[in-house]
Design a protein around this ligand. Structure first.
Ligand SMILES: NC(=O)c1ccc[n+]([C@@H]2O[C@H](COP(=O)([O-])OP(=O)(O)OC[C@H]3O[C@@H](n4cnc5c(N)ncnc54)[C@H](O)[C@@H]3O)[C@@H](O)[C@H]2O)c1
Length: 262
């Protein structure tokens, strides 16, 4: 068989794991990894803090609001205030992570805002603000993190089922979440040479404050599994993508939506 093209990394691929290997495989664990999670004060971010810590990672939980509660009682976790739309915040927190922990292996770009918005009447500055947080926030995060991450780094961006389709009164959020998918796929190309993987999760209707705050109601008849998702059902997908078991997955998008878009 002819193989054309020069490998980006000069090390050989690891052997492919068998199913028995996988169940107890340490590569599923996050031991030794340092993970930064945004929007971690509540909801899906808080669930990810708990699971990543349980799997052995050192976790830097961040949020624009105080989230110190989330790391209370966790021995390898700390909280740092970080507004994802502010470049200087990213630099400060990333500098702190490197000074304190010496490395950064995983960035979970989870934070976002959502508000119903009829684009004909919704104020333009609020529309720009939503895109600034939801799309430029993760982009700023990837720029700040990629330069300090070593080979084996993993970036996980949280988009949405609203990044796959339009809905009435949802234009700014939808635009931002379509953008997150584009940013993830593009960054997957641009960061592959550094050995950093970039993937995207698209949650469906997950039972968090965001869903309750921004949605008048959910019709379960449109969800094949006929229920809302839980934050702790999204976190394992992020943990898998963060782990070395996902070493050949980059530029991918995984829906966690009970089949909403099936
Ligand atoms: N809940 C759902 O149904 C649903 C569906 C699809 C996608 N999502 C996405 O999942 C992710 C997590 O959402 P959630 O359901 O946990 O929502 P949530 O509202 O419960 O949590 C979002 C967190 O982000 C933080 N945040 C907001 N603006 C920030 C900023 N500028 N800087 C830093 N942190 C900021 C908030 O303080 C909050 O703690 C988001 O990206 C969201 O768009 C959620």
């Amino acid at each position: 068989m002819d193989i054309v093209g020069k490998p980006l990394l000069d090390k050989p691929h690891r052997d492919h794991p068998t199913l028995e290997d996988t169940v107890t495989d340490e590569r599923l664990h996050l031991t030794g990894k340092v993970a930064l999670i945004t929007g971690a004060a509540r909801g899906q971010g808080a669930a990810a803090v708990e699971l990543f810590h349980e799997l052995g990672a050192t976790v830097i939980a961040t949020d624009v609001v105080d989230g110190a509660d989330v790391v209370a009682g966790l021995d390898r976790a700390e909280f740092q205030q970080l507004d994802i739309s502010v470049e200087q915040d990213w630099q400060r927190v990333i500098d702190h992570v490197i000074d304190t922990h010496g490395r950064l292996d995983v960035l979970l770009n989870n934070a976002a805002i959502h508000e119903p918005a009829d684009f004909l009447s919704y104020p333009l500055d609020k529309m720009r603000r939503m895109v600034d947080i939801n799309l430029f926030g993760p982009i700023l995060g990837m720029r700040a993190a990629a330069v300090v991450m070593g080979e084996g780094g993993s970036i996980i961006n949280v988009s949405s089922n609203d990044g796959m389709r339009g809905r009435p009164g949802n234009l700014p959020y939808s635009v931002s979440k379509f953008g997150v998918r584009g940013a993830s796929r593009s960054a997957a190309w641009d960061l592959a040479g550094r050995g950093i993987r970039v993937n995207c999760i698209m949650p469906g209707a997950i039972d968090t404050e965001m869903l309750h705050g921004a949605t008048a109601g959910v019709n379960l008849n449109f969800i094949p599994l006929r229920r809302l998702g839980r934050a702790d059902e999204v976190a394992p997908v992020a943990a898998f993508l963060a782990s070395d078991l996902a070493g050949y997955i980059t530029g991918a998008e995984i829906s966690v939506d009970g089949g909403l878009l099936a």
